[in-house]
Design a protein around this ligand. Structure first.
Ligand code: FPP
Length: 261
């Protein structure tokens, strides 16, 4: 077991059992998560929806720490989609407020734990106060060598692909015959980040919801009925154990090694 997990998982606990099943030489390098079910979690408790998001931000904290201790290189969280603007205004305002609170609170932990922050999404549409905080944290953590936490904010997969096509045309530097998948990928918001090996979706919905459409071409998908505010380290470990049982063939007939870039 990695040193970083000692003292983090209680000996003899369910988490301990799961961690012992993990082959650390075959970890997914990049795990992406569609965090869903905050509203239902709140509804089940007779609470306003924002309380579900507040509880969801505690899960963000837990999963970020668990992912970093596990040794993931990238953890991408779908925190606000381009479609989320359709929600009632007070919910939208409070969601961005929660994000700012989270950044203020977690900023120091990012430095302590060597985490890097990267934002993907349409930055121009992100509220100015939140954007300022995000840019500050991105800059402050840019040289850290630990896990990169990628926050997808004001993000849409189709919009990202269209924007990449626009950037290619604008650049005037790419001849049609020189455009291949690698080159195209370098114009996406995720340039330099390996594709997710594992995509987790909570709350049991069977959709990809416009998330990383290009990048999840060969991702293994793990769906759990657990609502995001109830998602804990145990669930992340379970997803990784299950991922390692999959036979990743990438269209070939034989399994090929993914992960661990
Ligand atoms: C989906 O649940 C969740 C969201 C749209 C927002 C996710 C936000 C957080 C987890 C909190 C803040 C983020 C950070 C990074 C600190 P839903 O509201 O669609 O749930 P429902 O489908 O049950 O209504």
């Amino acid at each position: 077991m990695w040193e970083s997990l000692k003292g983090y998982v209680k000996p003899g606990s369910v988490e301990d059992g799961l961690v012992r099943e993990i082959d650390f030489s075959r970890l997914p390098a990049h795990v992406a998560v569609i965090m869903d079910g905050n509203g239902r979690w709140a509804g089940q408790r007779g609470l306003p929806r924002i309380e579900g998001h507040r509880a969801g931000s505690r899960s963000v904290r837990e999963v970020t720490e668990a992912g970093a201790r596990l040794g993931l290189k990238y953890l991408t969280l779908y925190a606000f989609s381009k479609e989320n603007w359709k929600r009632p205004r007070p919910e939208v305002v409070r969601l961005w407020g929660l994000l700012r609170e989270y950044l203020k609170r977690e900023g120091p932990n990012f430095m302590e734990n060597g985490l890097r922050l990267r934002v993907i999404g349409d930055r121009a549409g992100i509220p100015a106060l939140a954007m300022r905080e995000l840019e500050r944290t991105e800059k402050a953590t840019a040289a850290n060598g630990g896990m990169t936490l990628v926050l997808a904010l004001n993000y849409g997969g189709r919009a990202e692909i269209v924007e990449a096509a626009r950037a290619i045309l604008r650049s005037g530097r790419v001849r049609p015959r020189d455009l291949d998948e690698e080159r195209f990928g370098s114009f996406l918001l995720t340039a330099g980040i390996p594709d997710p090996d594992l995509l987790i979706r909570t709350s049991g919905e069977l959709r990809v919801s416009n998330f990383l459409l290009w990048q999840i071409a060969y991702a293994e998908i793990w769906i759990t009925p657990v609502l995001w505010p109830d998602f804990r380290r145990e669930h992340l470990f379970r997803a990784v154990v299950d991922y390692q049982k999959r036979d990743r063939r990438f269209g070939d007939v034989h399994a090929r090694e993914g992960g661990e870039a």
